[in-house]
Design a binder for this molecule. Structure first.
Ligand SMILES: [Zn+2]
Length: 545
């Protein structure tokens, strides 16, 4: 078939991938043939089929374009159409396009793919679809002569491992920068996603499991029902610099079987990961005794999280070595549960949204104040995470030009004035007498909190100092986001209703039209286990969306 004819037939259309997983009950030539017949009856403009045998069987019924592939596994490595013999067999069975892996992986078997593309063109006279995982690989494949490119292998190579959903940003890059038609393939599972792929410039779209694998489709339905079950529970974990907490989170936010261990942070990545595994194992062991089966695992961690691949994008020194650790992959391999990761302050906002005072609200910001400041922004009922998981980093917005140095490298950040360390420094200054140097700052901060609540003037003055800066920062947030409420939580504010009321008054005075806007600032409901609760809520959330 002429390439222009193929393009005409597939442009803007649906290609159905008719494959069965090895060992699946549908892995049978006659069954695959009938699935293909059904897909064509349903309107598929083309097919993607594994093996010459299946293509030959399907070719008896139809002349639609078939993207032929031959999957080969070698030492657990999957390579699509690794040699010319396979390609030739696909061609003689009736394939219209030959697809092959064109990734940067080093293969210990088969032929170099550049050479393969040339031989398929020269000897078989067929066009080639390059299955790639990245933009760079697409460039390389097109330079080697590939006629079509698909991001099929995104999520399946060492470099992209862990990506479980279709990468819209990769599609955008491919459509913009690659000069051959882009075939959208990989994790497209709904009609809306297929339509979006075409709308965003894909030449055609390939859908597989969501159409042709009843086992996968059934499992999705079963999981959805399990989650609507009011008795469903998820494991929530909260990894912080000083402790790792975990527990079983019920649909109503109730926590049971909770476990807490100190974080072995000084020992680095492996020790933190081992501590995480240990708390989850303890919760799982208790759950087994009580015959509770968790439907997933939610992990809140300090640091910015890469929601796309489940790794830690950036963590500060209180979790040394944590940056770039693929937390989701580690957890899934170990516990075989669907796993979701989230920043700890973001998790606290989710806890407030699902189980706390944020229920029924659409727009709020939940701020946690302790050794630093974390925040989660909920907008239109959804948590804002941002491109790299940094959304809500309000602790590092400048409150005073050329002010105190901050650990982020800038000066005058909100966090440099509003934190337990800042409270302690101010208290010491106002005290005017030497305090017992044996008392650690964390203990002293607790002491100051108690003194302020008991009416001690010096402690209250230290709080007032912090309040001035916090009010400036919160007024900025009201101006940028205009939320319904700002919630405060964390060691510094716990139990301090009057402090929250003071902040609210100060903010109203700072804001333009403040008395009319009536900004609401109040203490959060979610407490010590907010991160665990929010991580659990994430499982229910992600599963059902
Ligand atoms: Zn800063």
């Amino acid at each position: 078939m002429e390439i222009s004819k193929i393009q005409e037939q597939l442009q803007g259309k649906l290609v159905v991938s008719c494959q069965a997983a090895p060992g699946d009950s549908l892995e049978n030539t006659e069954v695959i043939r009938r699935i293909a017949q059904a897909a064509i009856r349903g309107g598929a403009a083309g097919l993607r089929v594994n093996s010459a045998e299946h293509i030959a069987a399907i070719r008896q019924d139809t002349d639609v374009p078939i993207i032929g592939i031959q999957k080969r596994n070698w030492n657990k490595m999957l390579r699509i159409t690794p040699d010319f013999t396979s390609a030739a067999a696909l061609a003689s069975a009736g394939a219209t396009i030959i697809a092959l892996s064109c990734t940067s992986c080093i293969w210990s078997f088969g032929e170099p793919w550049r050479q393969l593309i040339a031989r398929i063109h020269d000897d078989l006279k067929l066009p080639v679809m390059a299955d790639v995982a990245t933009l760079e690989e697409a460039f390389a494949a097109v330079n080697a002569g590939a006629d079509f490119v698909g991001p099929t292998l995104n999520g399946y190579t060492e470099q992209t491992r862990g990506n479980r959903s279709f990468s819209w940003s990769l599609l955008a890059d491919l459509v913009r920068d690659v000069r051959v038609p882009i075939i959208a393939e990989g994790h497209i599972s709904t009609p809306d996603e297929a339509r979006r792929a075409i709308a965003e410039g894909a030449f055609c779209v390939v859908v597989g499991s969501a159409i042709t694998r009843p086992g996968v489709i059934t499992a999705n339905f079963v999981r959805a029902l399990q989650l609507s079950d009011r008795s469903a529970s998820a494991i929530g974990v909260d990894i912080g610099g000083s402790s790792i907490k975990a527990g079983m989170v019920a649909r109503d936010g109730a926590i049971s079987l909770s476990v807490q261990l100190p974080t072995d942070a000084n020992q680095g990545r492996n020790a933190i990961a081992a501590g995480f595994a240990a708390v989850v194992e303890r919760v799982l062991a208790q759950a087994k005794d009580k015959k509770i089966e968790p439907c997933g695992l939610g992990i809140a961690s300090a640091g910015a999280m890469n929601v796309q691949d489940g790794s830690v994008f950036a963590a500060t020194d209180n979790l040394p070595g944590w940056t770039d650790f693929n937390l989701r992959e580690f957890a899934e391999q170990r516990f075989h549960l669907p796993t979701y990761v989230v920043n700890d302050a973001h998790a606290a906002a989710l806890a407030e949204l699902h189980f706390g005072l944020g229920r029924g609200l659409s727009d709020f910001v939940a701020i946690t104040i302790g050794t630093g400041i974390g925040a989660g922004i909920v907008s239109r009922g959804r948590l804002l995470q941002g491109q790299h998981g940094f959304a809500g980093t309000i602790g590092h917005h400048t409150i005073r030009m050329d002010g105190r140095p901050c650990n982020c490298g800038r000066k005058g950040c909100l966090e440099a004035y509003v934190s337990t360390a800042s409270l302690v420094t101010e208290y010491k200054k106002q005290c005017g007498r030497d305090l017992d140097p044996a008392i650690a700052d964390t203990a002293l901060a607790r002491k100051i909190s108690q003194l302020a609540l008991a009416g001690d003037a010096v402690a209250q003055n230290a709080y007032a100092f912090v309040a001035g800066f916090l009010a400036e920062g919160i007024a900025n947030i009201f101006n940028i986001l205009d939320p319904q409420v700002i919630f405060l939580s964390g060691g510094l504010v716990e139990g301090h209703q009057a402090f929250a009321a003071d902040i609210q008054r100060r903010v109203a005075n700072l804001l333009h039209f403040g008395s009319k806007r009536q900004p609401h600032v109040q203490l959060a409901l979610a407490g010590h286990y907010a991160g665990v609760q929010g991580a659990g809520a994430l499982v229910f959330d992600e599963h059902s969306s």
